[in-house]
Design a protein around this ligand. Structure first.
Ligand SMILES: *Cc1c(COP(=O)(O)O)cnc(C)c1O
Length: 374
């Protein structure tokens, strides 16, 4: 038995980043300043020169994108039931109506056939989620958006470093939202960024980020929209800059770990255990998570408990959003999205993080084989 606890996720902050944060703390300027400007510049370069603004969470970037798009009361927004609840909460936050479309059982992402079937005359936007960092079929997604004149707010919270046909997620498309929360592939402790389409949207994003304030004239300010308080600090941006420099390494290491999971589990794993592996995609996915769907004969709490006995932490992403009390109160109920409900009941996230080793993968696979054998 290995006595070292293996968590399912853990951030790695290098010494250079720690001293960059110390420099900010000693500088006398702690709020948004030069580090935020530098972080936004580097992100914009990475996203092919598109405008990028940073925020204090990923969640607020999606709410702000909805506001920039003018979406509110009376409008419908289509999203997936399998995501962090933030994805649907932002729709309610702006007064719009969330409409769920069931997921594809293989990719566990929203099923684009079902998205198309859910479109009505009131539909204004789609919020697709790239679960575990796995992109959708982007050509199809944007063909649907163009056909029905819908905005897209990509919830790419988990997808920094992911690609589509060789291009980074975020370097094309409509609004693209990323999270830098502590467990994401790169972190600012808490934070996020939004990729926008043009300068006018970027100006609006800045207003919504800070109380609706705009500079006007040489001596004054004005407030012409209702904004909030969502700016990123230079402390967070200093962490982000240190992390962002490592993005290629982080993504490559996660791909290597994912490949080793497949190799160690072997081609007979699904047939022998009844568990379902994720699609083996090493082109596009950044492997934010390595998720398997458990066979029905073991419950998720039972599996997590048994893996804990081997000192291995297992994550759980996500419970179907439509079955939370808040959403049941809006009329959603069991049976509406059967694929999401089955996957949401049995999905688990195996350990996957930058500092994890090949030996950790092997240890996890060995424990899992024993737990799933009976
Ligand atoms: C992390 C995450 C969010 C929320 O990001 P925060 O930075 O925590 O606000 C939203 N959607 C998904 C899919 C996420 O993984």
């Amino acid at each position: 038995m290995n006595n070292n606890f293996l968590p399912f996720s853990k951030p790695t902050i290098d010494e250079a980043t720690i001293s960059a944060v110390s420099d900010v703390l000693r500088s006398g300027w702690l709020t948004s300043g030069p580090r935020v400007a530098e972080f936004e510049k580097q992100l914009s370069d990475y996203f092919g020169g598109r405008p990028v603004r940073t925020f204090n969470s990923g969640t607020c970037t999606m709410e702000i994108a909805l506001r920039i798009a003018g979406i509110g009361a009376g409008d419908e927004v289509i999203t997936t039931p399998i995501s962090w609840v933030a994805t649907a909460n932002v729709i309610l936050e702006v007064g719009a109506t969330p409409v769920f479309a069931d997921i594809d059982p293989v990719t566990r992402n929203i099923d684009l056939d079902r998205v198309e079937a859910a479109i009505t005359s009131r539909t204004r936007a789609i919020i697709p989620v790239y679960l575990a960092g796995r992109p959708l079929d982007m050509d199809r997604l944007y063909a649907i958006a163009a056909k029905y004149k819908l905005r897209v707010i990509e919830d790419a919270a988990q997808a920094i470093g992911s690609r589509w046909q060789g291009k980074p997620v975020g370097s094309f498309g409509d609004f693209v939202s990323f999270s830098f929360q502590a467990n994401k592939n790169i972190t600012t402790s808490e934070g996020g960024c939004l990729v926008l389409n043009n300068a006018a949207e970027a100006v609006l994003a800045e207003k919504y980020r800070l109380q609706g304030v705009s500079r006007s004239g040489w001596d004054g300010i004005d407030v012409d929209v209702l904004g909030g308080k969502y700016n990123m600090t230079d402390i967070a941006a200093a962490i982000g800059l240190g992390q962002f420099a490592k993005l290629p390494d982080i993504t490559a290491h996660r791909r290597k770990l994912a490949q080793h999971y497949f190799k160690t589990l072997g081609t007979d794993f699904e047939a022998q255990t009844g568990a379902q592996l994720p699609p083996a995609d090493f082109e596009n996915t950044n492997w934010h998570l390595f998720q398997i769907v458990l066979p029905e004969r073991i419950t998720r709490p039972e599996f997590m408990e048994k893996m804990k006995a081997y000192n291995i932490g297992i994550g759980f992403h996500y419970a179907p959003i439509h079955l939370f009390s808040l959403y049941r109160g809006l009329g959603f109920k069991e049976g509406m999205f059967p694929v999401a409900e089955r996957v949401g009941r049995q999905i688990v996230s195996l350990p996957m993080f930058y500092a994890m080793t090949i030996a950790d993968v092997e240890r996890t696979c060995a424990a899992m084989r024993e737990v799933l054998a009976g």
